[in-house]
Design a protein. Structure first.
Length: 197
């Protein structure tokens, strides 16, 4: 399985990203990435605008097999904080006793009308365990939080640690997955082959 974080989005200085912001596409970077991918794979794509735009851009340079839009691959829902001023959100967050060294929001913190990272980890884990990903190479075009949640699941690391992992735009994170029937020894079903490649 090859997971790819979508192309960057336009950043409005001093504001949190919008929930469904569009991608800013660089055709040279898109082409370079596409040329490193295997052709005719099943693609699993988050339904958010930036991931769909990234998938469409990549498909100009490489032939995709089946393309599946997957709700479970969405980024964490930041609810009422999406697109808001960071300083306003920080007024709410600084009241919390617990802060995180590497993330603006702790894994257990739920934005109003949103979800926390622990909830995102649960839905991504369910998707990983219930989607047929082992028959052939799959390409997953998604978000940094979804890739971090995947790393938490397959490496069995706490979400509190996983949320601090850097996941770069238009870079590949690659895993090997073995069928459950072959999982007879130690080490689990998932093996990390590379990150941010």
């Amino acid at each position: 399985m090859i997971m790819i974080r979508h192309a960057p989005t336009a950043i409005k200085k001093g504001f949190l990203p919008e929930d469904n912001a569009p991608a800013v596409l660089d055709s040279k970077k898109i082409k370079n990435l596409a040329l490193s991918l295997p052709a005719n794979c099943t693609w699993h794509v988050s339904p958010l605008k930036r991931t769909v735009q990234t998938a469409v851009a990549l498909s100009a340079y490489i032939t995709a097999g089946e393309i599946r839009i997957e709700e479970s691959l969405k980024e964490q829902n930041f609810g009422d904080w999406s697109g808001e001023k960071i300083s306003d959100v920080w007024e709410e967050l600084k009241q919390n006793k617990n802060q995180h060294n590497y993330s603006f929001i702790c894994p257990e913190t739920s934005p109003p009308n949103g979800e926390n990272f622990l909830e995102q980890c649960k839905r991504v884990s369910f998707w990983l365990e219930n989607t047929q990903l082992i028959k052939s190479t799959s390409i997953v075009i998604t978000h940094s939080g979804t890739i971090r949640a995947t790393l938490s699941h397959i490496l069995k690391i706490e979400p509190d640690i996983a949320i601090g992992i850097k996941v770069s735009h238009l870079k590949k994170t690659t895993f090997e997955i073995i069928p459950e029937d072959n999982d007879k020894n130690r080490g689990g079903r998932f093996r990390l082959l590379g990150i941010n490649e």
